[in-house]
Design a protein around this ligand. Structure first.
Ligand code: CO8
Length: 265
C-alpha cells in the first residue's frame, strides 16, 4: 500500500483509524491539483481495504494555523475556463468520494477552513474544531464562487438564508459561531483536538462497522430522495443487515448480556 505522497501524509493506526493530513503548511495547506490527485489515490486505497483495516478516517491540516485555507489561488491565476471547470469537478469528485466511503470521515479542523477548505470539511461526515478555527467562503472577494460543493453543502448544513449571507459577504466566522450554526459538532482547545477526535472515534469503532457504514449510506441517500423514497430505502438497508455476522452478533450479545465482537461482515 502506498503511504508516500508529495502533498499529503497518510497514516494508518492499529485500531483501524486512518489519518490524512494535508501537508502544505507553507501555503496554509491550500488545495492544488496535486493535493486533489494525492487525496483521490489515498481514498481509493482506503476504499479497497476491509473494515478490520479501516474503520474510520480523520482529515486534518499540517501545522497549527490552518486546516485548509482554500483552493490554491496561485495555481488558479492563469486557468482557462476549461481548466477551471476541470479543477472544480476534480475537487467535487474527491469530496464526493468522502461521502461514498463506507467508513465515517471526521474533519479535525485545526485552524482556517476557508473556501475549498470549508468545502472539504463539509464533505466530511462531521467536524470537530479547535477554538482557533475560522470558517468562511471568501470566494466572492476573489471574483469567484465556491466551486468544490460549497453552494450545495453549506446550504444543506445551515439553510438557504444563512448560506446566502455567508457566501455573499465572504465573512469569516469563529468556531463558537460555527458550533451554534451546527456546522461543527464540538469545539475544544487546540492542544486537545486530536484527543477529542480520538474519544469520539473510540465510541464509533466499538460499534459494528457494517452498521455504521450502512447508517452513513442511508443518511447520505436520504439527502437526495423524497421522504417516502428515503424511508423505503432505509427499510431496505435495515432489512439487508439481517443474516449478517454483525447483526446476529450484536443482537445475540445483548440477550447474552456480553459485549459484542463485531467483524464488519
Ligand atoms: N492559496 C495559495 N496560497 C495561500 C492560500 C491560498 N488559498 N492561503 C494562504 N496562502 C499562502 C500565502 O500566500 C502565504 O504564502 P507566501 O508567504 O508565499 O506569501 C502563506 O500561505 C501564509 O499566508 P498569509 O501570509 O496570507 O497568512 P496570514 O496569517 O496573513 O493570513 C489568511 C491568513 C487570512 C488565511 C490568508 O492567507 C488568506 O486570506 N488566504 C486566502 C483565503 C481564501 O481566499 N481562500 C479561498 C480560496 S478560493 C477557493 O477556495 C475556491 C474553491 C473552489 C475552487 C473551484 C476551482 C475553479
Amino acid at each position: 500500500m502506498n503511504l508516500d505522497y508529495q502533498t499529503i501524509k497518510l497514516e494508518s493506526k492499529e485500531n483501524g483509524v486512518w489519518v490524512l493530513t494535508i501537508n502544505r503548511p507553507e501555503s496554509l495547506n491550500a488545495l492544488n491539483m496535486q493535493v486533489l490527485n494525492d487525496m483521490a489515490d489515498a481514498l481509493r486505497q482506503i476504499s479497497e481495504v476491509d473494515f478490520e483495516t479501516a474503520k474510520a478516517l480523520v482529515i486534518t491540516g499540517a501545522g497549527e494555523k490552518a486546516f485548509v485555507a482554500g483552493a490554491d489561488i496561485k495555481e488558479m491565476l492563469d486557468m482557462s475556463n476549461e481548466q477551471a471547470v476541470a479543477f472544480a469537478q476534480k475537487g467535487q469528485s474527491v469530496f464526493h468520494e468522502l461521502n461514498l466511503l463506507k467508513i465515517p470521515v471526521i474533519a479535525a479542523v485545526n485552524g482556517f477552513a476557508l473556501g475549498g477548505g470549508l468545502e472539504l470539511a463539509l464533505g466530511c461526515d462531521f467536524m470537530i474544531a479547535s477554538d482557533n478555527a475560522k470558517f468562511g467562503l471568501p470566494e466572492v472577494s476573489l471574483g469567484l464562487i465556491p466551486g468544490f460543493g460549497g453552494t450545495v453543502r453549506l446550504t444543506r448544513a445551515v439553510g438557504i438564508r444563512k448560506a446566502r449571507e455567508l457566501t455573499f459577504t465572504g465573512e469569516m466566522i469563529k468556531a463558537d459561531e460555527a458550533l451554534r450554526l451546527g456546522i461543527v459538532s464540538q469545539v475544544v482547545p487546540q492542544s486537545e483536538l486530536m484527543m477529542a477526535v480520538n474519544k469520539k472515534l473510540e465510541m464509533i469503532i466499538s460499534k459494528s462497522p457494517l452498521a455504521v457504514g450502512k447508517a452513513k449510506l442511508s443518511i447520505n441517500q436520504a439527502f437526495d430522495l423524497e421522504t417516502e423514497k428515503a424511508l423505503e430505502n432505509e427499510a431496505e438497508i435495515f432489512g439487508g443487515l439481517f443474516g449478517s455476522f454483525d447483526t446476529t452478533e450484536g443482537t445475540k450479545a445483548f440477550t447474552e448480556k456480553r459485549k459484542p465482537n463485531f467483524k464488519g461482515i
